[in-house]
Design a binder for this molecule. Structure first.
Ligand SMILES: [Zn+2]
Ligand SMILES: [Zn+2]
Ligand SMILES: [Zn+2]
Ligand SMILES: [Zn+2]
Length: 223
């Protein structure tokens, strides 16, 4: 169900979730833009191209400065996909855990590291790692380093492409669903949710995020 296609933000062509990564590495429109940015005299550094996905429906491709930290990446993920009520989050890279707050006491001797560390000191090309937001009702993301190049970008993180909002059917009438019942996680249209047996109180909007319907998540504050 649904679809995982998305648009390249440089040439505006549409690709599948599987094809977009390869495309972005070769996109002529992107290369042109990159060259313009590189030639403006801003200091060049390592630029990381990351793929971030949650299952097959939800994905992002971003570029990020190697000097930027895991904390910056965590902020970005929270802002666009995850944040509901300030839960803990954690990256796991080659078995090492990086937590969103500093652990005060190292009682067991395996305290996690801080996220306040630059990408380029923990990640190499092709590395796969994961991010978990909220240890109670977790949303887990898979990340991968697609490429590392020398260059300059405008902000510390920029979006290259993201999935189109998936389309779900109403359980009842098969029209396009707009709401999810956060109790039974079934999808309904605006009309059928009113008659749904769990009650309207559990209804939440379907949003373009792997956290849709979880712990009061209603989408980013700004998009
Ligand atoms: Zn393109
Ligand atoms: Zn929450
Ligand atoms: Zn319906
Ligand atoms: Zn329900």
């Amino acid at each position: 169900m649904g679809n995982s296609k998305g648009e390249c933000r440089f040439c505006h062509k549409i690709f599948s979730g599987r094809g977009i990564g390869k495309h972005l590495l070769a996109c002529g429109a992107k290369k042109e833009k990159d060259e313009t940015l590189n030639n403006r005299g801003k200091n060049q550094g390592y630029i990381y191209h990351l793929k971030i996905s949650a299952g097959r429906l939800y994905w992002f491709h971003i570029e990020m400065e190697g000097m930027a930290t895991l904390l910056d990446l965590d902020d970005f993920l929270r802002g666009i996909w995850l944040e509901c009520c300030g839960h803990l989050s954690q990256f796991t890279i080659r078995g090492v855990r990086y937590l969103s707050y500093e652990e005060p006491d190292d009682f067991w001797g395996d305290a996690p590291e801080s996220m306040n560390i630059p990408l380029e000191s923990v990640l190499d090309l092709k590395d796969k790692f994961d991010h978990k937001y909220d240890f109670g009702t977790p949303t887990v993301l898979a990340l991968q380093v697609m490429s590392i190049r020398k260059g300059a970008i405008d902000e510390s993180i920029r979006i290259l492409a993201r999935n189109h909002p998936p389309v779900f059917e109403c359980e009842n009438c098969k029209k396009i669903a707009t709401q999810i019942c956060s109790l039974c996680m079934e999808d309904y249209c605006d009309k059928c949710i009113k008659a749904h047996e769990c009650g309207e109180d559990y209804a939440m909007p379907l949003v373009n995020s792997p956290r849709t319907g979880v712990c009061g998540y209603v989408g980013p504050l700004e998009e």
